[in-house]
Design a protein around this ligand. Structure first.
Ligand SMILES: NC(=O)c1ccc[n+]([C@@H]2O[C@H](COP(=O)([O-])OP(=O)(O)OC[C@H]3O[C@@H](n4cnc5c(N)ncnc54)[C@H](OP(=O)(O)O)[C@@H]3O)[C@@H](O)[C@H]2O)c1
Length: 299
């Protein structure tokens, strides 16, 4: 049976990856930091990537695996902006330790990066566009990419768009709060001038699995098939989950000040994903309907 080490398995994406790799017959080795993952794993490892040496000591009884998927990160852009030293420790130096571990064991590494490596001036980015991060989060994730490329012989990087989907984990995705607020009758203010290509998380997990099963080296964009604003996404979300649409209010980025600057349009072109890996990500409506159906079956 093939085996996979997934870092950050207690996170939103990690939870889905563990589930997808398990279903594909992999033996799971999972890391977490503060929340214990809900998954059947052969090995569960507590590591703190903000502390040097934590990875190697945490994994010292793990001889090797067939593949490493590195998702663990300080993934909250505003927190990264507030604490750039912590962001650097986890996202840059922590990634270096993961890449060193993979290189030492001669194991292929898949690193999950972000659409926020782009500045958002152009939109519909292809893998050939030059990244130019405008916040600490994007900058630390891009430095992580460089480390992976420098240290590992076999690697793939996915630049992931904003992801959404069901979750049983403590963290959940960014729509969880939106749903709770709308269900509680609160007003929600969403941007009409910030574009992304939101991706349903099971499509993202499928992309990672395919990359694990090929020898392809390179960068892959993983986004949904539709470029939408947060407001447009929110309206579809409210309609599908039967939440009060009148509580959604359109605003522009200039109307509020966020700690971390965000690009205006970080949408991704995913033609390479379809051509090379055979994955055609779904639209927002299709993804939310899949989410609803999975939740009705108690995901
Ligand atoms: N979700 C998105 O929309 C999105 C979009 C683009 C890129 N990404 C990338 O995808 C990856 C996963 O994102 P996510 O949304 O699943 O994030 P998440 O839900 O916040 O999960 C982050 C994971 O990293 C772990 N972690 C955090 N600090 C750590 C530390 N000091 N040492 C070890 N592990 C630590 C967390 O462990 P505990 O939970 O146990 O504390 C958790 O398992 C990240 O690399 C992120 O940059 C996500």
């Amino acid at each position: 049976m093939p085996s996979v080490l997934i870092t950050g398995a207690s996170g939103f994406l990690g939870e889905h990856l563990a589930w997808r790799f398990e279903r594909a017959g992999y033996t799971l080795y999972l890391t977490y930091s503060t929340q214990i993952p809900r998954s059947q794993a052969q090995g569960l490892y507590h590591i703190d990537l903000s502390k040097r040496g934590s990875l190697s000591s945490g994994l010292n009884d793990l001889a090797s695996v067939d593949i490493v998927v590195h998702t663990a990160a300080l993934a909250d852009a505003d927190r990264c902006e507030e604490d750039p030293l912590l962001a650097r420790a986890i996202n840059v130096e922590g990634t270096r330790e993961v890449a060193q571990w993979a290189a030492y064991h001669g194991v292929r590494l898949i690193y999950v990066s972000t659409d926020l490596v782009y500045d958002g001036e152009k939109g519909m980015y292809t893998e050939d566009d030059v990244p130019r991060p405008i916040n600490v989060y994007g900058s630390t994730k891009l430095q992580g990419e460089h480390i992976v490329r420098d240290l590992c012989a076999s690697w793939a990087i996915i630049r992931l768009s904003l992801s959404y989907g069901p979750s049983k984990g403590k963290r959940g995705d960014w729509t969880r709060r939106m749903r709770e607020d709308l269900a509680a009758g609160k007003d929600l203010y969403l941007f009409t001038d910030q574009y992304r290509t939101p991706v349903y998380v099971e499509d993202a997990a499928e992309a990672v699995l395919r990359l694990a099963e090929t020898a392809a080296t390179g960068i892959y964009h993983v986004g949904g098939s539709e470029r939408v604003t947060r407001y447009e996404f929110g309206c579809t979300f409210a309609r599908i989950f039967d939440l009060p649409m009148k509580k959604l209010h359109p605003i522009q980025m200039k109307d509020i000040s966020a700690k971390a600057p965000r690009g205006r349009d970080c949408s991704l072109v995913t033609e390479k994903l379809s051509r090379e890996l055979g994955i055609c990500p779904c639209t927002v409506e299709q993804g939310l309907l899949r989410q609803k159906e999975r939740e009705s079956r108690g995901f």
